[in-house]
Design a protein around this ligand. Structure first.
Ligand code: DOR
Ligand code: ZN
Ligand code: ZN
Length: 391
């Protein structure tokens, strides 16, 4: 049939280190059941989930609540973030074994967790275990400030959703100087700009959509980007039709097709996708293997992104109308087919919490990532993905 005449490639299960599942608290926007279906449909087999929920995940009770709802609903594997508050810096280390990383919100965005007092940032940088990442929402000058403070506290920092040229220049310089900084970039900053045809409410996101110069700078410095991450931030179609609308875009179901299109256009390689959505996330976040887990993609399938993707409750996407070439055909997670040709086969509860015990683990691998020179013994960084069939 026509499928076998298309070129199919196999990628490892993708890891999205920046996802908002909205559960607990705003399940009309998304919940673990819907959000992890969207993840699998997008080739993502592990999601790291942000703490700006209701309640926010800032202490033992809220973290246990989040673990309970995640365990019941998740169809793919997951890790949970703790959130830094103005007062919880002395208690978080004691519960860090149940979290994958700490998130610090240092600018205005959709959260109750913004930290303004720089001495509070420093307390968190000092107290959070050094072998677990701290991820900062830190834009523009705040990005430079966060990198400096992490350095002064002698610990690694991961910059979330880097979007602007000025941020890229700072991270690039910090890496060149051997600082332990890593970063992620989102599809909406790689594929959209401020000159889009959306209404103001619909296009609102933090960091904002950038200029064409910023966007080009991200592509020109693709080697500085450690991870791609969606910042899947679902708000409903109705909420986004208002002005102002809440900040954020859904992204789990559209990231891989957009990136595969860039591969078809010669702007990216499958090895880049494997590095930035599997190998580097695993190293930076100390994530376990997912045995017998992979994604089969069809590189030839041409389609147009519809008004809404199938599984997120968002019911809209900022990429509507974009022509793409490449799609997810099949996803296998821990030996089970969990997605095939548009259908989700994994039940809620199939997803597992990743083991986050930090015992015996080394302090972060980010220093080696910066140079990009030392590869781990088991994996060949940047190896082209295995061709599984083509005619
Ligand atoms: O646009 C955004 N939406 N940026 C953020 O930092 C938070 C996110 C959300 O949770 O909606
Ligand atoms: Zn953010
Ligand atoms: Zn976010």
């Amino acid at each position: 049939d026509c499928v076998t005449s298309q070129s199919m490639f196999r990628l490892p299960g993708l890891i999205d280190v920046h996802v908002h599942m909205r559960e607990p608290g705003a399940v009309h926007k998304e919940d673990f059941k819907s959000g992890t279906a969207a993840a699998l449909a997008g080739g993502v087999t592990m999601v790291l989930c942000m703490p700006n929920t209701a309640p926010a995940i800032i202490d033992s009770d809220s973290l246990q609540l989040a673990h309970k709802v995640a365990k019941e609903g998740a169809r793919c594997d997951y890790g949970l973030y703790l959130g830094a508050s103005a007062t919880n810096y002395s208690t978080l280390a004691g519960i860090s074994h149940d979290a994958v990383a700490l998130k610090m919100y240092l600018n205005e965005t959709y959260t109750t967790l913004r930290l303004d007092d720089i001495s509070v940032w420093m307390k968190h940088f000092e107290n959070w275990p050094k072998n677990k990442p701290i991820v900062c929402h830190a834009e523009s000058r705040t990005c430079a400030s966060a990198i400096l403070l992490a350095h002064l506290c002698d610990r690694p920092v991961h910059i979330a959703h880097l979007a602007r040229k000025e941020e890229m220049m700072v991270v690039k310089k910090a890496k060149a100087n051997g600082l332990k900084v890593t970063c992620e970039v989102c599809p909406h900053h790689l594929f959209l700009t401020e000159d889009n045809h959306m209404s103001e409410g619909r296009s609102s996101v933090r960091p904002r959509l950038v200029t064409e110069e910023d966007r080009q700078c991200l592509w020109d410095n693709i080697d500085i980007i450690d991870c791609f991450a969606t910042d899947h931030a679902p708000h409903t179609d109705e909420e986004k039709s208002k002005n102002p609308g809440p900040f954020g875009f859904p992204g789990l179901e559209t990231m891989l097709p957009l990136l595969l299109t860039a591969v078809n256009d010669g702007r990216l390689t499958l090895a880049d996708i494997e590095a930035k959505l599997h190998t580097n996330p695993k190293k930076i976040f100390n994530l376990p293997d997912q045995p017998d887990t992979y994604v089969e993609v069809n590189m030839d399938r041409e389609w147009t992104i519809p008004y809404a993707m199938k599984y997120s409750k968002a019911g809209w996407t900022p990429f509507t109308g974009q022509k793409v070439k490449g799609c997810v055909s099949r996803v296998v997670l821990r030996g089970q087919i969990v997605y095939v040709d548009g259908e989700i086969l994994a039940e809620p509860g199939y997803g597992q919490a990743i083991a986050t015990s930090s015992a015996g683990r080394e302090e972060s691998n980010v220093a080696t990532l910066n140079g990009g020179l030392r590869s781990s013994s088991k994996e060949i960084i940047g190896s082209p993905s295995r061709l599984i069939r083509s005619t």
